[in-house]
Write a protein that binds this ligand. Structure first.
Ligand code: SIN
Length: 545
């Protein structure tokens, strides 16, 4: 028997989107926020660069719009780009009012703005190279103190509760299904709870763990995208996985990012022979957009057979480097690289999911009662390649917009007929999964295969091979899922496999190269056939799990 809990709003995830939405929505309703590990285990906490917004008189919204559109390579929704860039500056100032200590210039009035690839002006507000950590700290403090917010750690969403699966069947308008909350695994007790809510908001971040090398934290297993898909919500643009060009290459530390802001402050990429190379690949050189830089590095590594390239900022004054990048300086030093005197070994790594759960201008998905924010969502801002530091911006702008919509949505949903009892999570005759190897083996296999076959450079044959392997893996994982009692690892593995399949499916559909999707078999852009989003919906693929 599952325990049943109720709140007006269920937020899943405790990064910047989840926390800032919860804080604002709590003015109108009771919010339960669940997070699958500790509340600070988020991608936000690792964000170094900062938040892009027009905060200087030398910059303009039009320029920020243009830079975003160029980076997005034809697939941004211009209306969304205008909304986000215009509303962004107020959201940044609001974060300051909450207590975020952005770095200011000596006059104390003007922001100290950073530069990053693809931007035509300095516009990245930052807290040295620990911006995400500072934003997370402030938002956690604020949400913890709010009487209308309950935060539950170690609670992992398994699947959404769907009206069509209740005893009363479909409700609402004819043909319209509805999300009623989520089945949630309490990691401490092992029980699967029913968490009912009028509004459920997916803020589970991205899916970097689908790849062998990633800058993402361990929690980034694509949970929100996988559960939204299984519930019947529309997804978009999952082939556009952004590889950050510069992840620290060191066997002792995983996922440590060397911020793009380092190149923004004049660092140069060097090949194995110590020679700059980016100019050969793109006239914008080291500050080209991320898709171009990651491909340039990939080509250079393949050409020389080397395991990494190098990023050199040692020509800058030591005091400047230490003050501007204290976290990067200390971490690299700890692992034997003094960045003030020697270049940093770097490799590209999976960093950001530009697609996600398709949402409207207010963060609402195609499934009534379900919203998605931040990296989990696809708003139309990023198109085929996100502009650096536009993600924290999108998160705070959409969290604000979604919270503004809450009273209207709640009023509508509270008036719909009750759907009757929700079925308890069925465990059947499931046994305890004692052989962790069943999970680990598949997990490692997917990540390695995705890296080799669906990485920075793709091809039809590799995609086909990946599909064949995934078909087989998905069958096995599905069997495990029903044969064994749920464990967090099994839930995450299932999500990872689903997201991998969705990426491969989307990448196979797009027979052209655009933004982050580059395929050797179709190396050019094809605006006639593919100047559109890649929309996925379970109803159109009935055989898939
Ligand atoms: C970075 O600091 O390079 C990461 C920022 C981002 O991904 O936008």
């Amino acid at each position: 028997m599952s325990t049943e809990h109720y709140s007006d709003i269920l937020v899943i995830g405790s990064g910047v989107s989840g926390l800032s939405f919860a804080l604002k929505a709590a003015q109108h309703a009771k919010v339960t926020l669940i997070t699958k590990k500790n509340k600070a285990d988020t991608a936000t906490n690792l964000a170094q660069g900062g938040i892009a917004a027009v905060l200087s008189v030398e910059d303009s919204i039009d320029d920020h719009v243009q830079d975003t559109l160029i980076s997005g390579d034809g697939l941004c929704n211009e209306e969304v780009v205008r909304i986000v860039t215009s509303e962004g500056p107020d959201r940044v100032r609001e974060l300051m009012e909450f207590g975020v200590r952005f770095q200011m210039q000596k006059n104390g009035r003007d922001f100290d703005l950073g530069m990053e690839g693809g931007h035509s002006a300095r516009r990245v507000a930052h807290v040295s190279d620990l911006t995400g950590k500072e934003i997370e700290r402030v938002l956690l403090e604020q949400t913890a103190a709010h009487p209308n917010i309950e935060i539950l750690e170690n609670h992992l969403a398994v699947d959404l509760l769907i009206a069509s699966k209740t005893t009363a069947g479909r409700t609402g308008r004819a043909g319209e299904d509805r999300c009623l909350g989520a089945y949630v695994l309490d990691r401490t007790s092992g029980a699967v709870e029913i968490r009912r809510a009028h509004i459920t908001v997916l803020c589970t971040g991205g899916c970097g763990k689908v790849y062998l090398y990633t800058t993402n934290p361990d929690i980034a297993t694509g949970d929100g995208v996988a559960i939204a898909y299984r519930a019947g919500a529309q997804l978009a643009n999952l082939e556009f996985i952004q590889f950050h060009p510069t992840c620290f290459f060191n066997p002792h530390i995983k996922n440590f990012l060397i911020s793009e802001a380092v190149r923004g402050e004049g660092a140069t990429l060097l090949n194995q022979e110590g020679k700059p190379f980016m100019q050969q690949y793109d006239p914008r050189g080291d500050l080209a957009t991320r898709d171009a830089v990651a491909r340039g590095i990939d080509a250079e590594m393949k050409k020389s057979g080397s395991d990494c390239v190098y990023l050199d900022i040692s020509h800058k004054p030591t005091e400047f480097v230490k003050k501007r990048f204290p976290n990067i300086y200390e971490t690299c030093k700890h692992y034997g690289v003094d960045i003030t005197v020697e270049p940093i070994p770097v490799v590209p790594a999976a960093h950001y999911m530009c697609g996600g759960v398709l949402v409207n201008h207010w963060g609402q998905s195609s499934l009534t009662g379900l919203m998605a924010l931040g990296e989990t969502s696809c708003t139309g801002l990023h198109g085929a390649n996100r502009l650096a530091s536009n993600s924290l911006l999108e998160a705070v702008v959409y969290a604000h917009r979604a919270a503004q919509r809450v009273p209207k949505i709640l009023a509508k949903l509270r008036n719909l007929p009750d759907c009757g009892p929700i079925q308890a999570w069925k465990t059947g005759g499931a046994a305890i999964l004692e052989e962790g190897i069943l999970v680990n083996h598949n997990w490692d296999g997917i990540r390695r295969l995705m890296w080799d076959y669906v990485g920075i450079v793709r091809g039809t044959k590799r995609l086909q091979l990946m599909r064949e392997r995934l078909d087989w893996l998905l069958k096995e994982i599905k069997a495990h899922f029903y044969d064994y009692l749920l464990t967090p690892d099994l839930v995450e593995l299932r999500n990872l496999a689903v997201v991998a399949e969705l990426i491969v499916h989307s990448a196979s559909w797009r027979k052209e190269s655009r933004g982050l999707h580059y395929t050797l078999d179709y190396p050019h852009k094809d605006d006639i056939h593919y100047l559109k989003d890649t929309i996925l919906h379970k109803a159109e693929r009935p055989t898939f799990m």
